[in-house]
Design a protein around this ligand. Structure first.
Ligand code: AMP
Length: 298
């Protein structure tokens, strides 16, 4: 059964800031009809200043300028990191955030899988690490990220996902952003109790073609066991079984906590309660981005 919160995400026609409901973005697994909730789009959040629209530059008027007070239009690129253990709903929220802010998702896991699929030399190098579930060495990971950030769409900023995963990567990312005249604006840490994570992952179904995930109760597919995006038959990944799920969560938290400590020192971490419906979590994330400016702390 579809939970009440999920149904509430359907926006009335014409209310969605990205266009009419039901118009999927090419290449995106997220259809507007399922993601738009009028309550999430306050005028302050959805306003696109005419200057920005005509110049093609993105502005973030809802974010306070770090130099000035609230309400100062900010035209810097927006750089954020989404942290969350497997099963925290991070992937679902990332899909929404990239559309909402118009910034690309920079997922090192996806970049590595792309290299492996394309059969590149780098792909061959990283495959053994991915197969074992080990971290790819920092120098290779940073090379891939540096290359991704040099692409034109990253000029607007980036939503990092699965990166940085070590303190070394975080320190080097700081340097990279600094060289580009940027900085990490916000680190969103989506927290969910361990047992909730395990039960969420235990029922999780994945589309083998596009990678989108579903859950029989929390995020059911529209028709039976088929993917909403491409109609492929959904499968349960081996590593979503309860024993493996517990292990992945432990490994993730062990790796992640030192990186969070690095960003806590910079006062850019927002702790997000990841329990509740997709829309509730999304609302908390948007409020965290809206209400915090660098230096305010978490
Ligand atoms: P993910 O899709 O983020 O779970 O990543 C899948 C795999 O890619 C991980 O298990 C690692 O082997 C590798 N990987 C992804 N991101 C990183 C990173 N930032 N540093 C090192 N290895 C990574």
């Amino acid at each position: 059964m579809r939970p009440a919160g999920f149904a509430a995400a359907v926006a009335p026609a014409g209310r969605c800031p990205f266009g009419p409901p039901g118009s999927p973005r090419p290449g995106s697994p997220y259809t507007r009809v399922r993601l738009c909730s009028p309550s999430l789009f306050s005028p302050a959040l959805t306003r696109t200043p005419p200057a920005a629209a005509s110049s093609g530059r993105r502005t973030w008027p809802w974010l306070a300028s770090s130099e000035g007070g609230t309400g100062v239009t900010r035209s810097d690129p927006l750089n954020m990191t989404l942290f969350g253990p497997p099963g925290s709903g991070k992937g679902t929220q990332a899909g929404f955030l990239v559309e909402h802010f118009g910034i690309p998702q920079v997922s090192t896991g996806d970049l590595f899988r792309g290299e492996i699929k394309a059969g590149t030399e780098l792909g061959q190098k990283v495959k053994t690490y991915l197969d074992r579930g080990d971290l790819v060495p920092d120098d290779i990971t940073l090379k891939v990220v540096r290359r991704r950030l040099a692409r034109p769409d990253a000029g607007r900023g980036a939503l990092f996902d699965g990166f940085p995963r070590t303190v070394g990567q975080a320190a080097e990312l700081d340097r990279m952003l600094d060289q580009m005249g940027r900085r990490m604006d916000r680190v969103l840490f989506v927290q969910v109790p361990r047992e909730v994570l395990v039960s969420r992952m235990a029922g999780r179904l994945t589309c083998p073609r596009c990678g989108r995930t579903y859950h029989p109760e929390l995020a059911p597919p529209r028709s039976g066991g088929l993917c909403d995006v491409d109609g492929a038959e959904l499968v349960m990944r081996d590593d979503d079984r309860p024993e493996t799920a517990r292990r992945r969560i432990t490994v993730y938290l062990e790796q992640t906590l030192p990186v969070l400590a690095h960003y806590r020192q910079q006062h850019v971490v927002s702790d997000i309660d990841g329990t509740g419906s997709i829309e509730e979590v999304r609302g908390r994330i948007l409020r965290a981005i809206d209400g915090r400016r660098r230096g305010d702390g978490s």
